[in-house]
Design a protein around this ligand. Structure first.
Ligand SMILES: Cc1cc2nc3c(=O)[nH]c(=O)nc-3n(C[C@H](O)[C@H](O)[C@H](O)COP(=O)(O)OP(=O)(O)OC[C@H]3O[C@@H](n4cnc5c(N)ncnc54)[C@H](O)[C@@H]3O)c2cc1C
Length: 336
């Protein structure tokens, strides 16, 4: 585990690999090259980011130890696309930043013992967009990854960062709800699994304790005749957040819908499942009329706000339209 301070002083304890490096080098090796250096303190001489200790763990256990040592004063850093602006704006002033980029397990996508796919929390949106295994069985997740920011942002932005930042508009959350994914969380008390549907507890709040990290997502394999889709509406095509996002997943057997999942983003403090709409589809053939009925029912779970991106009424309209469209595409994909 490597440790630095942004003053270049070494703060490592016995037995740790210690590197003497001024913060400018640390930044250029790690974060600076990721987001562009325009805001980094070097140029202005006056640090705008409060001094902190940067930890570069190489294993999940190292992360847990590094978190436990500093408690609430520590902050995890994945791609930094949410965190670094928060540091820059002074919204967060951690004494210790733990950079997850060197932990191989967090970047892995691998089969989960016949149960589906394990997707490491530090897998980027760009990887999800392009990965063959993800595209083959979990297309809605790949579609959500492809919608995040620009290519530059997607090369940094991670799945775990998107979930742990817990914005109501987080694009990668609804497909995971629709796919019945579980979050694998670890901390000093060991590992636990939480259905992603209960992972979010409020705006920017999750079930994670301050000394825990999200290790990976466990996504079950959808049935053989299953299809999904994620769509969102934004006023601008790129570099904007969802006004509404909808993920749908349908599984069929003998022409009948055996499982329906519909999950909505940006219409409530947390991503929500439209369970009444799902039940209206299950156990019967999926027809355009039933899709329209499900879309109407999905609107009923939406509790949107009005803001500069759209009124609550507009958001309810979008839920209806996007639910109908994603169900129609999911049906076509499941039937193909
Ligand atoms: C220009 C721009 C465009 C964007 N567009 C979109 C968009 O279209 N859709 C969208 O959903 N988002 C968008 N975002 C937001 C952001 O890119 C995503 O939320 C991204 O996925 C965050 O991932 P990250 O790796 O950068 O997280 P970070 O910024 O590194 O971390 C975010 C938060 O999660 C915590 N965290 C990270 N990893 C873990 C972990 N493993 N365990 C516990 N806590 C962890 C961090 O401590 C921090 O609090 C955009 C951001 C920018 C700057």
């Amino acid at each position: 585990m490597l440790r630095y301070t942004n003053a270049g002083r070494v703060v490592g304890g016995p037995g740790e690999r210690i590197h003497y490096a001024p913060m400018s080098i640390v930044w250029s090796e790690t974060q600076q090259s990721r987001l562009g250096a325009s805001w980094v303190a070097e140029s202005s001489r006056r640090p705008r980011v409060r001094r902190f200790e940067l930890i570069l763990p190489e294993s999940v256990d190292d992360c847990v130890r590094a978190l436990a040592q500093r408690g609430p004063e520590a902050k995890l850093l994945a791609g930094g696309t949410d965190l670094l602006p928060q540091l820059k704006n002074g919204l967060l002033k951690p004494a210790r930043v733990i950079d997850l980029s060197g932990v191989a397990r967090l970047r892995a996508i691998e089969p989960a013992d016949g149960q589906g796919l394990r997707i490491g929390s530090a897998v980027t949106a760009r990887t999800l967009e392009l990965d063959r295994a993800v595209r083959a069985r979990y297309l809605s997740l790949a579609e959500s990854g492809a919608l995040v920011g620009s290519v530059q942002v997607r090369n940094l932005a991670t799945l775990g960062g998107n979930l742990c930042n817990a914005a109501p508009s987080a694009d990668m959350a609804p497909p995971l709800l629709a796919l019945d994914a579980e979050a694998v969380i670890t901390g000093p008390k060991g590992e636990r699994r939480v259905p992603i549907a209960t992972f979010f507890t409020g705006v920017r709040r999750t079930v994670l304790a301050q000394d825990e990290l999200l290790v990976e997502l466990l996504v079950p394999t959808p049935g053989p005749r299953s299809g999904g889709n994620y769509l969102r509406h934004t006023p601008r095509r790129e570099l904007d957040i969802a006004v509404v996002g909808v993920a749908s997943q349908l599984t069929l057997a003998n022409g009948v819908c055996t499982k329906a999942r519909i999950a909505l983003a940006a219409v409530a403090p947390v991503p929500v499942r439209a369970t009444a709409a799902e039940q209206a589809l299950e156990g019967q053939p999926v027809t355009p009329e039933r899709i329209a009925r499900a879309a109407d029912l999905a609107v009923e779970v939406a509790r949107p706000i009005s803001d500069q991106r759209g009124s609550a009424e507009f958001r309810r309209h979008l839920v209806r339209v996007l639910t109908r469209r994603t169900l129609t595409t999911a049906l076509a994909r499941a039937s193909a």
